[in-house]
Design a protein around this ligand. Structure first.
Ligand SMILES: [Cu+2]
Ligand SMILES: [Zn+2]
Length: 177
């Protein structure tokens, strides 16, 4: 018997903080997760993106180590992150993760309004942690898709994918519980 996906329900009362409820959820098993691995040129990248379904959206927690660091002034790294519609982190000589395809976009929107457009990860000497809530998709619909981390920032403007640079890491999203 699989766990209850909508276990965490909120009453959307005005001015009510949900922070303690979300914090508690982070220590529980996620409903879905993607183990992140870097491509051939960045094998040191590893991490996990976890997803919890709630009644106000999906809580996403991305934790990644081994990200490229920049020591130059005014170049603090920001890494774009998206859910891509393909189900495989396999690739070819032109694109290490060609199996991930384009941004998950079931409603035929423009970037950055694709369902799969996520907040980026800020690099902190190679370590990144990004935790946020989004109601653009459910946990159920992203299972079998991929999370991609890019080498550049997302400008949240350029089409079709925010001029985010090369794909440096990928993870296939699987159901956990
Ligand atoms: Cu992407
Ligand atoms: Zn997009």
């Amino acid at each position: 018997m699989k766990g209850e996906w909508y276990a965490m329900k909120f009453r959307n009362r005005k001015n009510k903080s949900h922070l303690s409820a979300f914090t508690a959820l982070l220590s529980q098993q996620p409903h879905a997760a993607a183990n992140i691995k870097g491509h051939e040129a960045c094998p040191e990248i590893s991490g996990c993106v976890r997803f919890w379904q709630t009644s106000c959206g999906v809580l996403v927690a991305a934790e990644v180590c081994g990200l490229p660091a920049h020591e130059k002034k005014c170049c603090a790294p920001v890494f774009a992150m998206h859910i891509h519609s393909g189900g495989s982190c396999g690739g070819n000589s032109h694109d290490s993760f060609s199996g991930s395809m384009g941004h998950y976009n079931p409603e035929d929107c423009k970037h950055p309004f694709h369902a799969g457009d996520l907040l980026p990860i800020m690099g902190n000497d190679g370590y990144g942690l990004s935790i946020f809530l989004t109601d653009r998709f459910s946990c159920k619909e992203i299972i079998g898709k991929t999370v991609i981390i890019h080498g550049g920032r997302d400008d949240f403007t350029s089409q079709p994918s925010g001029d985010s640079g090369e794909k440096i890491a990928c993870g296939e999203i699987e159901r956990v519980c």
